[in-house]
Design a protein around this ligand. Structure first.
Ligand SMILES: Nc1ncnc2c1ncn2[C@@H]1O[C@H](COP(=O)(O)OP(=O)(O)O)[C@@H](O)[C@H]1O
Ligand SMILES: [Mg+2]
Length: 495
C-alpha cells in the first residue's frame, strides 16, 4: 500500500513542508479519534489540470479506540468524487469547519459529519473528515468534556497550530485518553477529571474533589502544567508520591491564535511499571553481587594455594600449587568482568587483557619474552568465556614457559609470543604463535598425558565443541610453535 507521502506526491499538489505537516497530524490524530469517538479520514484535493478541483484523494484513515468503527472499508488511496463530498469542498473554499450529514453509500443511513480544513503555513491543504457515530444518550459527563477538548483541537488544526511542531502528543508508547484526562482553564484551575484520572490522583494522595482547584492547592507539586500554559508547548512529567506510586502527566496546551486558552493533561498511573523497573534493577544488582562474591572467593582460594606453595620444600609441589593458583585466577578474571557488566555476554577482549597480565606476572622466565595480542573477539556468551579463558591461559603459559627454555632466539631477535584473535561468521578463532624451539620431536597432542594440555584438550573439544591443532613451524621460516583453536559460536551457545 502506498504511504501518505507517496499518495500526496502522486495525487495531490502539496509542497514538502505541507506533506510533513500532514504526516505529523496522522502521528497524533489517534487523540482526535478517541476524544471524538469518531472515525477520521484525511483527504486532499486531487491534482487537476486547470480550473477548479473536482475530487479528493484519501491520504489516511483512523479508527477510534473507544467505539466501533463506522468504516468497514479501507479508504486510503481511493478517489472520492467531489460531488459526494460537498461539505469537504466547502471547507476548502471557506477555510472553516463545515458540519452536516453524509451517507456513506447510496441509500444508507445519514451520519453526522464534520469537515475540518487543515491549514499548513497559511494555506488549506487538506480536509479532516470526522464521521460520528451517534453518542449513547444521555452522553456521560466525561464524553462532553472529551468533545469540548476535541472542538478546541479542531480549531487548532484549522489554524495550523495542531499538530504541535515540537512534539507528538499521541502515538506508540504514549498514553491514550482512556488512561485519564484532566481539563484545566488558562490559570490551571481544574474544570474536569475523568474517573480514571481521579483514580490516578488518588494514587498520589489527592482524595478531595478536584474541580475548581489548582493541583498545587491540593498539595500536588507539578512543573509541567504551568510550563505548558506559559510556553504553549506540550510537557511531560512523572509525579512521584513516595516509593510506591508514580503518575505520568502529559500536559497539552490548547491554543487560539497567540493565546493559551487552557490545557488538558493525559494522566497515566505508571506505579506498576515503576515497581517492575525497580525489581529488574534489584535483580541485576543481585547478579552483579553474586559475581563479585564468586570472584572474591576464588581470590581467597588462589591466595591459600600461593601461601601453601611458599611452605612447600619440593620444587615439584611448589610448581603444582602455583599452576593451580594460576588456573583459579583465570576463572576469577571472568567473574570480575561479570561483576561489573552482568549479562549473558561478556567483553572477551577485556578478559584477554587481564589474562595476558596474569601470565606475565605469574610465569617466571629467565629469558625476557614479549607477549603481543592482535585482533579482537568482541563479546562472547558467558558459557564460552570461562572455559575459553582457562584454555588460553594454559596455551600462553606453555609458550612463555617452554618455547624459550634452553633456547636462544637468533641473534638480534627477541622471544615473542603472539596471540591473534578473530571471528568468522560462525566461529571464534584464537592462534598462539611463538618463535621458540618448537615442539619436542616425538610430540603428539592426542598422546600427551601432562595436565596442562589434557585440560586444554578437554575444554576445547568436549566443553566448547571446538577443535585444536598444535604444530611446529619450519625452522627455515623462523621456527617456533603455532596452536590454533576454533570454537563454533552458534552450536556452543545453543548447547
Ligand atoms: N609453545 C611450546 N613450545 C614448545 N613446547 C611446548 C609448547 N607448548 C607445549 N609444549 C610441550 O608440551 C608439553 C606439555 O605441556 P603441558 O601439558 O602444558 O604440561 P607442562 O606445561 O606442565 O609441561 C610441555 O612440557 C612442552 O614440552
Ligand atoms: Mg603447561
Amino acid at each position: 500500500m502506498a504511504s501518505l507521502a507517496e499518495l500526496a506526491q502522486q495525487h495531490a499538489r502539496l509542497r514538502d513542508e505541507e506533506v510533513e505537516q500532514l504526516l505529523r497530524l496522522t502521528t497524533s490524530w489517534s487523540l482526535l479519534a478517541d476524544l471524538s469517538f469518531s472515525d477520521m479520514v484525511l483527504m486532499a484535493p486531487e491534482k487537476h489540470s486547470g480550473g477548479e478541483f473536482e475530487n479528493f484523494i484519501v491520504l489516511a484513515q483512523m479508527r477510534p479506540n473507544n467505539r466501533a468503527t463506522l468504516l468497514a472499508d479501507d479508504l486510503v488511496g481511493t478517489v472520492q468524487p467531489g460531488e459526494e463530498w460537498p461539505l469537504s469542498r466547502q471547507a476548502v473554499a471557506l477555510g472553516r469547519r463545515v458540519t452536516g450529514e453524509v451517507s456513506l453509500s447510496p441509500g444508507s443511513e445519514r451520519l453526522p459529519v464534520w469537515c475540518i480544513p487543515v491549514r499548513s503555513h497559511g494555506r488549506v491543504v487538506a480536509v479532516l473528515v470526522r464521521l460520528q457515530a451517534p453518542l449513547r444518550s444521555p452522553a456521560s459527563l466525561y464524553e462532553h468534556a472529551y468533545l469540548e477538548i476535541f472542538e478546541e483541537l479542531c480549531s487548532m488544526v484549522s489554524e495550523g497550530s495542531f499538530p504541535y511542531s515540537e512534539v507528538d502528543v499521541a502515538g506508540p508508547g504514549l498514553p491514550r485518553v482512556g488512561d485519564g484526562v484532566i481539563k484545566m482553564d488558562s490559570t490551571g484551575v481544574i474544570e474536569f477529571a475523568t474517573p480514571n484520572a481521579t483514580n490516578a490522583l488518588h494514587r498520589l494522595g489527592v482524595y478531595q474533589s478536584v474541580e475548581g482547584h489548582r493541583l498545587d492547592e491540593l498539595g500536588l507539586k507539578t512543573r509541567s502544567i504551568d510550563r505548558a500554559l506559559s510556553s504553549g508547548i506540550p510537557q511531560v512529567e512523572e509525579v512521584d508520591a513516595g516509593h510506591e506510586a508514580a503518575v505520568q502527566f502529559h500536559c497539552v496546551p490548547l491554543l487560539r491564535g497567540q493565546k493559551t486558552t487552557g490545557l488538558f493533561a493525559i494522566v497515566r498511573d505508571v506505579s506498576d511499571l515503576k515497581l517492575l523497573n525497580r525489581q529488574v534493577l534489584h535483580k541485576e544488582a543481585a547478579v552483579r553481587e553474586v559475581h563479585h562474591r564468586i570472584k572474591n572467593n576464588l581470590q581467597t582460594i588462589s591466595s591459600l594455594l600461593r601461601l601453601q606453595s611458599r611452605r612447600s620444600e619440593q620444587e615439584e609441589t611448589i610448581q603444582a600449587l602455583l599452576e593451580a593458583e594460576r588456573r583459579v585466577r583465570s576463572i576469577s578474571i571472568v567473574h570480575e568482568v561479570l561483576s561489573r557488566e552482568p549479562g549473558g555476554e561478556v567483553d572477551f577482549d577485556e578478559i584477554v587483557r587481564s589474562l595476558v597480565d596474569l601470565v606475565e606476572d605469574s610465569v617466571l622466565v629467565s629469558t625476557s619474552v614479549e607477549l603481543q595480542v592482535t585482533g579482537s573477539l568482541g563479546t562472547l556468551s558467558t558459557d564460552l568465556a570461562i572455559p575459553f579463558a582457562i584454555a588460553l591461559t594454559e596455551l600462553l603459559t606453555n609458550a612463555v614457559e617452554h618455547a624459550f627454555n634452553g633456547f636462544r632466539v637468533a641473534a638480534g631477535g627477541a622471544g615473542v609470543v603472539a596471540l591473534e584473535l578473530g571471528h568468522d561468521a560462525s566461529s571464534a578463532v584464537a592462534e598462539v604463535r611463538d618463535n621458540g624451539k618448537g615442539l619436542p620431536t616425538d610430540f603428539s597432542l592426542d598422546q600427551s598425558t601432562s595436565l596442562g594440555l589434557s585440560i586444554v584438550r578437554d575444554l576445547v573439544r568436549t566443553q566448547l565443541r571446538g577443535s585444536i591443532e598444535m604444530n611446529s613451524l619450519d625452522p627455515s621460516k623462523g621456527g617456533g610453535t603455532v596452536v590454533r583453536v576454533v570454537i563454533p559460536l552458534l552450536e556452543a551457545a545453543s548447547s
